[in-house]
Design a protein around this ligand. Structure first.
Ligand code: HEM
Length: 402
């Protein structure tokens, strides 16, 4: 197959459902592939790593929105997205990211463990009730989706009473990550407006009465820094934390359970402790990454022998890098005890995922509890995958528990 044929296949539902044979075909062509003028895909582990760590490669920012969609400012969602650290370059990126990082500390994440364990326990209780008569339970809806969204609400400081109505709006906003046609924009814009209004009100209330939560800490830091983080920047990045923080983790939980359903000994090894849950989670991240790709804009340089020009678009296929045969022995084999390197699933360099420790903690808390609570958990019918490439996961993963 030629690179164009492979990419065309990746753009179709069948290719998205199982991109791994197509990635293997790309690896045979080379680590860096010029698909057309100004269009490069990066599939080799080392090449992806060096792109992500090289500040010369920039993320698409406001200037690209200006070129691709001159009316972007008329869309509330793009006004927010233009402030997201994910879409900022230095020096704005470093200024805002470091302020957020001062509030989103390892201590705050570790401190969430008891709350995550409690939430996971409650969700498992509800699943047990629903599946007590042997009927099928929908894992994605009843657990994988509810745990991360509740955790991120807890982290930010969104009161319990507000969370229920919040989830569908957050889900609509996630649509921006995989915007295929502009018809979806009105719904996404509406979600962006509603979330921003909500966060504006919540911020006013936390400013008046701070609590022990991320939002109160962020407000205190930005107020102390006297305007270096504007209210708009802060509020817009709260919506980023919300959307970046749950669909991805939802998919980590779903993709991990599917591996166990297909390979019960892998689950048994986590249940009996012969495989540490942290090793299991790392291998799930590598084997079936919830985020399959990210992108950068090139500068005048050479990468893997391919000349890059300023403005060249590079798609870095993280999911392919995780299956690079030059890096991983027998990459299509699920092996939590492999020691040939970590996955690229959280990116690398300046934009390395700020929520990586939280996502790992959620999965490490969830899997052992799920497996010991339901030792007989099994697939009940055909799972359905979401028909997306960037975010890889399931819509439905029905299971029986007894
Ligand atoms: C398994 C779960 C997750 C995966 C696979 C994941 C993946 C990623 C990746 C690949 C990037 C880098 C994108 C790039 O370089 O272009 C990223 C960035 C980011 N992630 Fe995550 N993420 C996960 C969970 C989370 C969670 C739980 C949060 C927040 C609570 C979060 C917040 C962010 C933010 C704010 C950024 C932007 C960082 C920056 O641009 O400086 N992520 N994530």
């Amino acid at each position: 197959m030629t690179p164009i044929e492979i990419l065309t296949a990746l753009g179709m539902s069948e290719g998205r459902a199982d991109p791994y044979p197509l990635y293997a075909a790309l690896h045979e062509i080379g680590p860096v592939i010029e698909v057309g003028p100004g269009d490069i895909i990066v599939v080799g582990y080392d090449a992806i790593n060096s792109v992500l760590r090289d500040p010369g490669f920039r993320v698409s920012d406001e200037s690209n929105f200006e070129r691709d969609l001159p009316s972007w400012r008329a869309n509330p969602v793009f006004v927010q997205v233009a402030d997201w650290i994910l879409n900022l370059n230095a020096p704005r990126h470093s200024r805002i990211r470091s302020l957020i990082a001062r509030a989103f500390t390892a201590r705050r994440v570790a401190g969430l463990e008891p709350a995550i364990a409690k939430m996971a326990g409650e969700l498992l209780d509800a699943m047990a009730d629903r599946g007590a008569d042997g009927s099928a339970v929908e894992f994605m809806h009843d657990f994988a989706y509810l745990l991360p969204v509740t955790v991120i609400c807890e982290l930010i400081g969104i009161p319990e009473a507000d969370r229920e109505g919040f989830r569908p709006i957050a889900r609509d906003l996630v649509g921006i990550f995989e915007l295929r046609d502009l018809e979806a924009l009105p719904k996404i814009n509406a979600a962006a407006v509603e979330l921003l209004a909500y966060f504006t009100g919540l911020a006013a209330s936390r400013r008046a009465n701070p609590r022990d939560d991320l939002l109160s800490d962020l407000l205190a830091i930005s107020d102390r820094d006297d305007g270096t983080l504007t209210d708009a920047e802060l509020l817009h990045n709260l919506t980023l934390l919300l959307v970046a923080g749950f669909e991805t983790t939802t998919n980590l939980l779903g993709n991990g359970l599917q591996i166990i359903l297909q390979d019960p000994p892998a689950g048994q090894a986590v249940r009996d402790g012969s495989v540490p849950v942290s090793a299991f989670v790392e291998e799930v991240l590598r084997f079936d990454s919830p985020v399959q790709l990210t992108s950068r804009v090139g500068y005048d340089t050479t990468l893997g022998g391919v000349a890059i020009r300023p403005g060249t678009g590079l798609a870095t296929l993280l999911g392919a890098g995780n299956r690079d045969p030059r890096r991983f022995t027998d990459p299509a084999r699920f092996d939590p005890m492999r020691n040939d390197g970590g996955p690229l699933s959280f990116g690398g360099g300046a934009h390395f995922c700020i929520g990586a420790a939280l996502a790992r903690l959620e999965a490490a808390v969830a899997f052992p509890r799920l497996l010991s609570r339901f030792p007989k958990i099994s697939a009940a019918g055909q799972p359905t995958r979401r028909d997306t490439l960037l975010l890889r996961g399931f819509d439905q993963l029905p299971v029986t528990l007894i």
